[in-house]
Structure formats: C-alpha cells, structure tokens
Design a binder for this molecule. Sequence first.
Ligand SMILES: Cc1cc2nc3c(=O)[nH]c(=O)nc-3n(C[C@H](O)[C@H](O)[C@H](O)COP(=O)(O)OP(=O)(O)OC[C@H]3O[C@@H](n4cnc5c(N)ncnc54)[C@H](O)[C@@H]3O)c2cc1C
Length: 374
Amino acid sequence: MNDPVWDDHPWPGLPPVKGQFDADLCVVGLGGSGLAAVGEALTEGRSVIGIDAGPVAGGAAGRNGGFLLAGLASAHHRAIDRLGRPLAAHLYQLTLDELDRLTEATPEAIRRHGSVRIADSPEELEDCQRHADALAADGFAVEQYDGPEGQGLLFPRDGAMQPLLRCRLLAQTVLGAGAILAEGSRAVAISGECVTTEQASIRCRGVVVAVDGRLEQVLPAVAGEVRTARLQMLATEPSDEVAFPRPVYARWGYDYWQQLPDGRVALGGLRDRFEREEWTVAAEPTPAVQAGLDRLLRERVGVRSARVTARWAAPVSFRVGGILPVCRDVGGNVWAVGGYSGTGNVVGSLYGRAAARLALGLPLSADLEALPVG
Ligand SMILES: Cc1cc2nc3c(=O)[nH]c(=O)nc-3n(C[C@H](O)[C@H](O)[C@H](O)COP(=O)(O)OP(=O)(O)OC[C@H]3O[C@@H](n4cnc5c(N)ncnc54)[C@H](O)[C@@H]3O)c2cc1C
C-alpha cells in the first residue's frame, strides 16, 4: 500500500511531451514548488513548459502532512541563532505573506485555523517559551496553548491544506493560463539550453529543477548540500474519538497529525527513531515505521479503534550544513531548488517562484525581496 489519503478527487491526467519544443523556461518537477515556478513565469508573460516523471504532485507535494507553517524548518529562535534576527524575521514575514498568497490562490484546499506545537517534556516546554519569546519580540502572533493535545504554543496564522488537491488546482490554473504541462516525462539530460526526455527535446533559456526528494540524484552538483530521506504517514477512517481543530506538531516536531474536516486523522513522524533506515531515496512505506505510527496513533493521539485506511511515504531532501534551502545556479542557468528539510509547502512555493525569476534573468520582485539565494 502506498496511496495517500489525499487522492480522493478526480484527475484526468496529462499526456507526456513528444517531439521538439521551445520555451523561455523549462521546469522539471511538478510539485508545489515547480508549479509555483511555472506560475511565476506566466505572470511575467514568459512561455513555460513543466514536466514531471510521474503525475502532478506524485512526490512529496501530494503526499505530505498538509501543514502550512510560517517560518523555516528551524523554529524561529533557532533561526535567529543561525541567521541573525533581521534575516530570520524577514524570512518569517515572507513565509506569512506566502501563506496568504497560497490561501488566496486555492481557498478550497486550505483552512487557516492555526497550528499547535505541543511539548512532550519539561525541557521542550522551556523551548516553547524561548520560541514564543522570539516570535513576540519580532511582533509575530503566538499564544500559549493548553488543550486536549497537551501544553505548548498556538500559531494563529498557520493553516492546513489538502496538498494534492491544491497542486491539482494550481496545475489547472497554469494550464488555463497557457503553460504546457506534461506527466510521464522524466528529464534524462538537463542543460540550461535544453531538457531532454525519452520522447522530447525542450529548447529553453533557463531551467528550474524543483525536485525536493532525490535532488542530489537529478543534479549531482548539489550532492554535498542536500540529503534525501523518506517520510512516512498513515490515515484512518473518520473518527469521533478525537477532535483536533488544528494540525498538531509534537515532540520537537518529530510527530505530527491533523484531523480532516470529515474526521479522518492523518499522522506521520518517528523519523528520529528510524533515522538510519530513513536516509534513503526509496519511497515505499515499511512495516517497522508503520507499526510505530500505529502505536503513536493509538497510544499518544488517542484514536483507539478507527481503522487505518491509508499508508504512504515519499522522499524529501534535508539541507546539509545549513538551514536555508538550496536555490542556486548549478551551471549554465540550471537552477536547483529544494532541501526544505521536511517543511516545503510554504517555503517551496517562495523558492520556486524565486528560482523561476532568476532563471529568466529577472530581479526578485518585492514579495521575494532579500530572499537568500545563490
Ligand atoms: C510524509 C511527508 C509529510 C510531510 N509533511 C509536510 C508538512 O506537513 N508541511 C510541509 O510544509 N512539508 C511537509 N513535507 C515536505 C513537503 O512535502 C516537501 O518539502 C514539498 O512537498 C516539496 O515539494 P516540491 O515541489 O519541491 O518537490 P516534490 O514534491 O518532491 O516534487 C518533485 C517532483 O519532481 C519529479 N521528478 C523527480 N525527478 C524528475 C525528473 N528527472 N524529471 C522530471 N520530474 C522529476 C517527481 O516525480 C516529483 O513529482 C512532508 C513530506 C512528506 C514526504
């Protein structure tokens, strides 16, 4: 079994590209980041072809937890330690603005009820306080939280989404605006002037490779900068045993779950408990991690009897030696973008848009101002 809970809407599929094409920009990878890059190019009146080896959002973008969190993968106080307060605060604001953009673009796929971070130990509760203090000092909304999930923090501007639906809606929008999108079209050779698939050759002026999981395989130039890991999840049938109005991040963010409007619970985590096994480019769920998730569901989350109806996994890439995603020209105007360290839904959209502009030779727009790239 490797089917996400999200695949409950019709999708007609898109044919592969065949033959010769010309475009200003070619985008490799049609997850949330690649689709954001396609959209940005169209906004600038440029021609764009987006290709994916599989279906639209067949990777992590359509198989994730659906959390829409402001900020980077590192909590704000840790981002300040690594980047300094001005840059960390600026990035936090950019992600909040991007969240608003995403909500406006696909309101039917997004709920903005906030998110909660729950502490599982006194030490983590102290860390929550440092987290809250850092956000408050920069004027960002955060509240103390004490509820059925436990004690911690509430971030009122965060949200949750149906990730596969969102990507499919985005794909429909860019197709309607003139993009060519193709599924079943793996890039087998990539240069800044031409992207080749088994059946097509796309001549272009720049390329964005928006492949988060396995980025180092597609572009070996970034091999020392990112490392691919597998993340796994499961989901239940609708349950009235629990009531979680917001997505929950617990145990330093290693465990996470959200309850969908119809009562189904989608849950993931335990990467730290299976760290060695999960540094892999494989994308199949495994019995050991899934058994651990079952225990988490029953013992920690409190869903005692609802049946598990979906189990899935997907690869993502973690940044090595830094906390900012990779977004750089790896040579000849081929822009690599990825390394979101497990939280690419919002940041990936920002960086996908930035990479598109840079590959097209455009300056970063005001809504991407001072985003660290290159
Ligand atoms: C289980 C799980 C839970 C997660 N939960 C969250 C969460 O709650 N919130 C959050 O923000 N993030 C979460 N993430 C991370 C998030 O899903 C990713 O960071 C994000 O989706 C990356 O999107 P992307 O578009 O950059 O890349 P991807 O979704 O990885 O898309 C890349 C696409 O590129 C295609 N591709 C690969 N190679 C080629 C090639 N050679 N030619 C053409 N196409 C190619 C793939 O088929 C794929 O469709 C989670 C990830 C997983 C796996």
